[in-house]
Ligand binder design. Structure first.
Ligand code: C5P
Length: 214
C-alpha cells in the first residue's frame, strides 16, 4: 500500500527569528512511518521541523508552515491509498511576517494579530475518493465527544484520540494512550503503550479495513 503520513508541528513565522508553534515532537508520525515501511508499505512522510532522524526506507519531505504542509499533502495525495495526519498543524499564524527582527523598543506590551491557517484535512476532503483518511485529536477535555465532532467535520474513516493532559500520553513522550474511533464502530480504548506499538495497532486497523473492502 502507498501511505502518506504527516508528522511534527508546523512553524508560523512572526519575523526572521521568531515563530508560533506547539510542543509536538513528531514521534507518533515518525513511529508510524517507520512501522509502515517495515511492513513493506511505500511511505511518504511530510514532516514539520523536528529533531528526529529520517526513518529507514521512507521518502521524507520537509516543510515548515501549515501552508507548506497543505501544498505537499496535495502534491502527494494522488498517488497514495491512505493518508494519516499525525501532524500537529498550528491553527493560527501571525497575520503578517515582519521582514526584519521586531525590536523591543520601550513598549511593555505587543498585540499580535493572528489568522487561521488552512485546515488541511478539510481543504482536501473533496479529493478523498476511495482513499482512507485517518486523523488525530489531541484533547485536554471531553476527549471522545471532541474527537467524534472532528471525525465528522473532517470526513475521516478513523480518528485517534488522545488525552494530552494524562501523564505518558501526547506530546514529547515516548508513550501514548489513545482511543480509536470510527464513524459507525465502537470506540476501542488502548492501554498506555509505546508510540511504536500504537502505530502497529493503527496499521493493523488499516490492514483489516483494506481487506474488508476488497
Ligand atoms: O487541530 P485539530 O484537533 O483540529 O486536529 C485534528 C486533525 O486535523 C489532525 O489529524 C490534524 O493533523 C488535522 N489538522 C489539519 N489542519 C489543521 C489542523 C489540524 O489537517 N489546520
Amino acid at each position: 500500500m502507498k501511505l502518506l503520513i504527516t508528522a511534527g508541528p508546523t512553524r508560523e513565522p512572526l519575523d526572521p527569528v521568531r515563530f508560533l508553534s506547539n510542543r509536538s515532537s513528531g514521534r507518533m508520525g515518525y513511529a508510524l512511518a517507520e512501522a509502515a515501511a517495515a511492513r513493506g508499505h511505500e511511505v511518504t512522510l511530510v514532516s514539520g521541523p523536528v529533531a528526529l532522524p529520517p526513518p529507514k526506507d521512507v521518502q521524507v519531505i520537509r516543510v515548515v508552515t501549515a501552508a507548506d504542509m497543505l501544498a505537499a499533502v496535495k502534491l502527494h495525495l494522488k498517488k497514495c491509498d491512505a493518508l494519516i495526519m499525525a501532524a500537529a498543524v498550528a491553527d493560527w499564524r501571525p497575520a503578517r511576517m515582519a521582514p526584519r527582527k521586531l525590536k523591543k523598543g520601550r513598549q511593555q506590551t505587543l498585540t499580535l494579530e493572528l489568522k487561521r491557517t488552512p485546515d488541511i484535512l478539510k481543504s482536501i476532503s473533496w479529493l478523498k475518493g476511495q482513499r482512507i483518511f485517518i486523523g488525530f485529536a489531541a484533547e485536554t477535555h471531553n476527549l471522545c465527544a471532541e474527537a467524534r465532532r472532528k471525525l465528522r467535520a473532517k470526513k475521516l474513516d478513523l480518528i485517534v484520540a488522545n488525552d494530552v493532559s494524562r501523564p505518558g500520553a501526547g506530546f514529547e513522550v515516548e508513550t501514548n494512550q489513545v482511543v480509536l474511533l470510527a464513524p459507525d464502530g465502537v470506540a476501542e480504548a488502548l492501554p498506555l503503550m509505546s508510540k511504536r506499538a500504537v502505530a502497529e495497532r493503527l496499521l493493523d486497523w488499516l490492514a483489516v479495513r483494506v481487506r474488508r473492502r476488497s
